[in-house]
Design a protein around this ligand. Structure first.
Ligand SMILES: *Cc1c(COP(=O)(O)O)cnc(C)c1O
Length: 407
């Protein structure tokens, strides 16, 4: 059969196979209406109409595929899901109202009372709360272990272990997990291996290719990249995604069409943004290492990083987040932060604008002193989510911080 452009308003799925993530970011999942718009249409509608009572019945009965109600399906949301699924190399994706809704939906759909989860210790604070406070209330117990200590993971396994959950690289110390080893451990114990791929995005790391069963994203971070919307997504094989979709459809933390449209457009620039984030972060990490007022820099792109080789093997870049310790304690860290003028003081990350954070009193402020100690969250630690501003302007702003430490 010859291919007719006139009959194809969007690229046939078979053509997408083998395309690079750069191309998929721009081309996968696009739908066009009869208006032949070049950019992506947005469908801000809660429900859909039918041509007849019989068609409505067929839709509701499942005999005819199609949209019914936007808590179930919406074309804009589906377009975003198709694009991120293609980029991650997953069979399906399900978009959610936030990154936390993605994690919650995964747990609710695939775990039950009596199950056990092993989670890496440095995960996003709210993920920690979700497991410790809420999942525990429903009979799901979670053990927290060091991301990089494989023996601790093996020791934590119980007969009822059903899920291994990690973030790699970790926040804020950029520790890197050995995904192949953890995948093997999960398989040997019939447990799901879930990777929160928020920090790398599919541009830098595709966990499904490295043995993960499911990928979680807070789309709020790099997928949007411009701080506009809160959202999340789960990617993986249909056998799990259909279950997660079923929960979402019943429980309701779905993504709005407007947010899906913003994320869909955000993905188009994700590859070039990620490269810019990586270049700036590596340059800053090296520059910070040479500063006399800096005690230590944490960034997997540095040769001094203990998992540098592993990061090189698993990732196509080292990401945009780094952290460093200034000599001194909280007072010095705060003085440094307050002396910057351009860089945003905020706990958000993954934005084109560089952000600066004091983890010990913000993102990780709820941890007990003992847990902070275990997680390496010291009072003199500062996290940077490096944006895409010109490197010299970033250095100029950070130099103000160093100047303040001398004064
Ligand atoms: C922000 C974040 C989340 C939570 O996502 P929300 O969109 O804020 O709900 C989960 N995991 C990681 C790694 C994050 O950075």
């Amino acid at each position: 059969m010859t291919f007719s452009r006139e009959e194809h308003l969007w690229i046939p799925e078979s053509d997408l196979e083998g395309m690079s993530v750069d191309t998929l970011a721009v081309r996968a999942g696009q739908i066009r209406t009869g208006q032949l718009e070049h950019s992506d249409a947005i469908f801000p509608t809660s429900s859909f109409v039918y041509g007849s009572a019989a068609q409505a019945a067929a839709r509701f009965g499942g005999e005819e595929p199609g949209n019914i109600y936007s808590r179930f399906t919406n074309p804009t949301v589906q377009a975003f899901e198709a694009r991120i699924a293609a980029m991650e190399g997953g069979e399906k994706a399900v978009a959610t109202a936030s990154g936390m809704a993605a994690i919650l939906s995964t747990c609710m759909a695939l775990l039950q009372s009596g199950d056990h989860v092993i989670c890496s210790r440095g995960v996003f604070g709210t993920t920690n709360v979700l497991f410790q406070k809420y999942m525990a209330r429903f009979g799901v117990e979670t053990s927290f272990v060091s991301l990089t200590d494989l023996d601790a993971w093996r020791d934590a396994v119980r007969p009822e272990t059903r899920m291994l959950f990690i973030e790699t690289p970790s926040n804020p110390l950029c520790e890197v997990a050995d995904m192949a080893a953890l995948s093997e451990l999960s398989r040997a114990n019939d447990a799901l291996f879930v990777v929160d791929n928020c920090f790398c995005t599919p541009v830098l790391q595709r966990p499904l290719e490295q043995g993960a069963d499911l990928i979680i994203h807070s789309a709020t971070k790099y997928l949007d990249g411009q701080g506009r919307c809160v959202g999340g997504v789960v990617v993986g094989p249909a056998k799990y995604l259909d279950e997660i979709y079923g929960f979402l459809r019943s429980a309701g933390p779905t993504m709005s069409p407007f947010n899906a449209w913003v994320f869909q457009k955000g993905l188009e620039t994700l590859p070039i943004r990620m490269r810019a984030h990586c270049n700036n972060a590596l340059e800053l990490a090296k520059w910070l290492e040479g500063q006399p007022a800096v005690a230590k820099v944490y960034y997997a792109g540095l040769e001094s990083h203990p998992q540098h080789q592993l990061a090189k093997k698993q990732q196509d870049g080292f990401g945009g987040v780094l952290s460093f310790q200034v000599k001194g304690g909280r007072e010095e860290a705060w003085r440094f932060i307050d002396a910057t003028r351009m860089i945003s003081i905020t706990a958000n990350l993954g934005d084109v604008k560089t952000t600066i954070t004091h983890p010990a009193t913000t993102t990780h402020g709820r941890l007990s002193p003992e847990d902070k100690d275990k997680a390496g969250i010291t009072e003199n630690l500062i996290r940077l989510s490096v944006g895409i501003e010109a490197i010299d302007d970033l250095k100029t702003d950070l130099t103000r911080g160093f100047q303040a430490l001398k004064d």
